[in-house]
Ligand binder design. Sequence first.
Ligand SMILES: N=CN[C@@H](CCC(=O)O)C(=O)O
Ligand SMILES: [Zn+2]
Length: 414
Amino acid sequence: MERVLTNLRLVTLSSETSADNNGYQIIEDGMVGITNGKIMFVGSASDSPLACHNDLHGHPDVIDCGNALVTPGLIDCHTHLVFAGNRANEFEQRLTGMPYEEIAKRGGGIISTVQATREATEDELYQLAIKRLNGLKRDGVTTIEIKSGYGLTLDDELKMLRVARRIGDMPDIKVSTTLLAAHAVPPEYKNRADDYIEYVCQHIIPAAVEQGLADYVDVFCEGIGFSTQQCQRVFETAKHYGLGIKGHTEQLSNLGGSALAARMGATSVDHIEYLDLDGVAALAANNTVATLLPGAYYFLRETQRPPIEHLRKLQVPMAISTDFNPGTSPIASLRTMMNMACTFFRLTPEECLRGVTCNAAQALGLEASRGKINVGMEADLALWDIDTPAELSYRLGVPDLIARIVDGEIFYAK
Ligand SMILES: N=CN[C@@H](CCC(=O)O)C(=O)O
Ligand SMILES: [Zn+2]
């Protein structure tokens, strides 16, 4: 083994959720062996073949982690990290009583960020995104998903995705990219949403595929976004090109977008405050992850909560994400989202931890390689100076992270 981490308290998340929601099953005096960026051994030191042969002390890459608590590296499975400008002015407008939908109808909202993003260069977008990313890294994030959706032309959508791919070239973060050209009707297509959807399907999706820029295709299925029929057309095209699908669905109203997406094979549906029981059943039947975005719920002062009890009852996996974006969730902290998921949605801290690790990995189709600490998986870990895993959801603003490990390489918290 190239690298051995010792003196760990391991939270592998290998077991399924326990009935009493206290199923962390911490391995004390744990050890992780890593070769070629993959986990080759995980368990207690006394079970390690290396420990019994007493080789550890002479091994050059043995790192004593000082009894740190270790979780899988956190995964932020829904972000709009790449954009220019900000919408502090709309924040002020909303505080005087103007609703989010009304601002969007008047040409603000997503479209105002589209204008700023179109004007920005790739380098500018990259620098802006890196600053936001640093906030996420401080919370132990090792994988993020990044969406386009503020370009809404072929060139500008691809520009955003190139920036996302470039971020993924950094050694300490992994990026999954999602084409969200069906985020809003751009001004050039005002009152011609169907024509815009054809442009997305005939030009933008094929170009993104040809240039290898997108892993997923997403839509905003909503009154101020696109209809279920329009979303279905986008999903069919994405699937035709071999891309995964996911949706912004049931955020502000119940159009049935989640059930549609699930039946068409979406790995996740996201927001889902207005999801009904048929929708929950569709997620369960198709093993689709329900991604909760408590930051947007909080920032828009929503009162409709996602149907958590029904999701639990039908064992729908729940993920939690920042949804980092300038309009509804300008909060670059996944641990804050865990805290909000507990306080607003009554998730348990264990559900939250699974929501930002194994279930978030599933939302990105990465459950075989990330989100748990298992032999054969990628060695992406977070080392914490905390006593219990529940503290990750409980405490805000204290720099508890010691280091992140990405593909076996260690990056100490700054
Ligand atoms: N709901 C649609 N899209 C984003 C918000 C985008 C914006 O307002 O800029 C979201 O996930 O909340
Ligand atoms: Zn979003």
